[in-house]
Design a protein around this ligand. Structure first.
Ligand code: NOJ
Length: 542
């Protein structure tokens, strides 16, 4: 692997990490679903894009009830994606190109097809097999009411009643997500030992780190408080931190350079910082930044909070504009209300794609100029938008059914549409020509203008902007950060290190650039060298 860098910063402190959603990235075998062969073939694209690492969404053996976040076997690759040998070869080839590989680990829950859960169902109430999960008797005269009234993250109740081996309705089990995703009991030694063994399994195969799914949810209060579970039942319990301290020790036993990245979706910095103690995770995703509206004051507030609490925690910040769970950024910024809430989408509202794209370009330069690590979700670099008109019968996200088929909040399929690579009609090179499959979600015809091929040939494309920005960003290293004060309303401006500045105009009017310098990169055309149009960002050598 490449060396850590001249100043010996660990690579993950300022890496650009590209998120691969494998079923939608590239299809090697022609069945309409992306796979590891397709991904391997596209690694040179990622090297050319200029990313330091990839994070791959779950690739494990899974019934795919939640697109792989229902893991039946943590040590096997789903046949949909390939084989274990394919995964090993992928890691090897990525390393050969200087790209590190972070894999997704799903510890809060498993699949109802996991052998442990099947054994628990068969073994019946009170068995040691059930103790690895959250089985409880129901309330009511015959146990017909669930143990609590908690609502799951995908909508609907968090408990499902099982049929016991004798054929009678019996206990209930907990699942914070879909019923096919039973929650593990993290008080149980078997569960802790199993996951440490799984970490070793993948570190032994060359993985450079883990993205930890639903990281704050693992440990629940056995009293099952009836009040809001998110507040009281499972976050901020010291036992969850014990788990990550143990994982950190596993990572460090491999000699350093490995990273634990938490998906800790918490609203406040103080709670998030607890996961960043020096013996826990290395970084966490910055969701407050992702959810923030395209408004200068609010963004500045989020940036300040982020930098402050990371400084206190001694951890590097991360900057995230999109992922596989949220509406694509071009659509978000093209709406009247540009903020985002994961459990309240705004589909069906007018989207001004031209404005959204302009802002997304400016946001890319803002994001990539901030100190810390940056994430790019596949297709973000192509300026793809949220596909809102997926036919109902093709929707696959369990949220769609569980939230009552709500067209305004239909789930996450719209950001998971297979990428357009080349050509002028679907599947746009996503699947090999002559393959029998059609992409698992339909691609908009208009994406013919947005293929990698089309954008690679266009110096003004989103792809060209990302390529240039990711390259220039490498030179910024770990350089300090200072706001430039006294800028006009709606303008964010800051310096990094000695000679670099970023200025972003989020206001509706053009403004005079508040400092002079050589333009390194601009998100759109400038009006002369000293005027910054609305919704435009510029990088300057000052
Ligand atoms: C968060 C993941 O990002 C999401 O895609 C998944 O559905 C849930 N965790 C449950 O695993």
């Amino acid at each position: 692997m490449p060396e850590t860098g001249e100043r010996e910063l660990p690579w993950w402190r300022n890496a650009a990490i590209y998120q691969i959603y494998p079923r939608s990235f590239a299809d090697g075998d022609g069945d309409g679903v992306g796979d590891l062969a397709g991904l391997r073939a596209r690694l040179p694209y990622l090297a050319e894009l200029g990313v330091d690492a990839i994070w791959i969404n779950p690739w494990y053996a899974s019934p795919q009830a939640d697109a792989g976040y229902d893991v039946a076997d943590y040590r096997a690759i789903d046949p949909l994606f390939g084989t274990l040998a394919d995964a090993e070869e992928l890691i090897r080839q990525a390393h050969g190109l200087g790209i590190r590989v972070v894999i997704d680990i799903v510890p809060n829950h498993t699949s109802d097809q996991n052998p442990w859960f099947q054994a628990a169902l068969a073994a019946g109430p009170g068995s040691p097999e059930r103790a690895r999960f959250w089985f409880r008797p129901g309330r009511g005269t015959d146990g017909e009411d669930p143990p609590t009234e908690w609502q799951g993250f995908f909508g609907g109740p968090t408990w499902t009643r099982v049929t016991e081996p004798d054929g009678r309705p019996g206990e209930w089990y907990l699942h914070l997500f879909a019923p096919e995703q039973p929650d593990f009991n993290w008080e149980h030694d078997d569960v802790r030992a199993e996951f440490e063994s799984v970490l070793r399994f993948w570190f032994d195969r060359g993985a450079d780190g883990f993205r930890i799914d639903s990281a704050a949810l693992l440990v629940k209060d056995a009293d099952l408080p009836v009040s809001d579970p998110e507040e009281h039942a499972f976050t901020d319990r010291e036992e969850v931190h014990e788990v990550y301290r143990a994982w950190r020790r596993v990572a460090e036993s491999y000699g350093g350079g490995l990273v634990l990245i938490g998906e800790v979706w918490l609203p406040d910095a103080a709670r998030m910082a607890r996961y960043l103690r020096p013996d826990e995770m290395h970084t966490v995703f910055n969701f407050p930044y992702l959810e923030c509206a395209w408004e200068a004051e609010r963004l500045r507030g989020v940036i300040d909070d982020t930098l402050r609490f990371h400084r206190e925690a001694g951890a590097p910040a991360t900057w995230v504009l999109s992922n596989h769970d949220v509406d694509r950024v071009v659509s978000r910024y093209g709406r009247e209300d540009t903020s985002f809430a994961i459990y309240a989408r705004q589909h069906g509202r007018p989207v001004d794609l031209a404005r959204g794209t302009r802002r997304a370009r400016a946001a890319a330069l803002l994001t990539q100029a901030l100190p810390g690590a940056v994430y790019v979700y596949q297709g973000e670099e192509l300026g793809l938008w949220e596909v809102e008109d997926i036919p109902d019968e093709l929707r696959q996200d369990p949220m769609w059914e569980r939230k009552g088929r709500n067209p305004a909040d239909p789930g996450r399929d719209g950001c998971r549409v297979p990428l357009p690579w080349s050509g002028s009609e679907p599947p746009f090179g996503f699947s090999p020509s002559g393959g029998s499959g059609v992409p698992w979600l339909p691609q908009p015809e208009a994406w013919k203008e947005y293929t990698v091929e089309a954008q690679a040939a266009d110096a003004g494309s989103m792809l060209a902007l990302y390529r240039q920005a990711l390259r220039l960003r490498r030179e910024l290293g770990d350089g300090g950060f200072q706001w430039l004060e006294g800028t006009p309303q709606g303008v964010l401006a800051f310096r990094r290190g000695e000679g670099f500045a970023c200025v972003v105009n989020l206001s509706a009017e053009a403004v005079a650039l508040p400092l002079t310098g050589t333009v390194l990169l601009a998100s759109d055309e400038l009006h002369g060298q000293s005027v910054l149009p609305a919704d435009t960002a510029v990088w300057l050598r000052v």
